[in-house]
Write a new protein. Structure first.
Length: 138
């Protein structure tokens, strides 16, 4: 076992998983984003509700959160605010997917300083890749 792996507490077969949390109720969109990020060696965990996304982000903090602006159970800006107010998730970069050119939700997220906006233009997965690069995740 190499010294670096020993120092990190890793066994020879273990590897560090680079994980992104996608909070989206749109399963079709989520599958496109998962496939695209797999090419970069990232694992994408999908949460389809804000409650599940909030729980996952606190128990297993990801490298970044991709947040769909159209959640069925909570406004995306409210979820953004909760994530940024929590000491466990405050430092996690958020990429907010917004419908249209400049929705109030996307602008509010940008104003709050913790999120960048990826406007919904096909292919959305390429926009997510661009935003993750801007956050130095890729």
């Amino acid at each position: 076992m190499s010294m670096k792996r020993e120092a990190a507490g890793l066994q020879p077969q273990q590897s560090v998983t680079k994980r992104i949390l996608l909070i989206s109720a749109n399963h079709h969109q989520a599958s496109h984003i998962q496939v695209a990020l797999l090419r970069f060696g990232l694992t994408v965990e999908v949460a389809s509700t804000f409650r599940r996304g909030l729980a996952v982000s606190q128990h297993r903090p990801p490298l970044a959160i991709v947040l769909d602006g159209a959640l069925p159970d909570l406004d995306a800006t409210q979820l953004h605010d909760r994530l940024k107010a929590n000491h466990l998730t405050a430092a996690i970069p958020i990429v907010m997917l917004a419908q249209g050119d400049a929705t109030d939700a996307a602008l509010r997220a940008i104003e709050l300083g913790g999120a960048r906006s990826a406007r919904r233009r096909w292919p959305i997965e390429e926009r997510v890749i661009e935003e993750l690069r801007a956050h130095a995740i890729l």
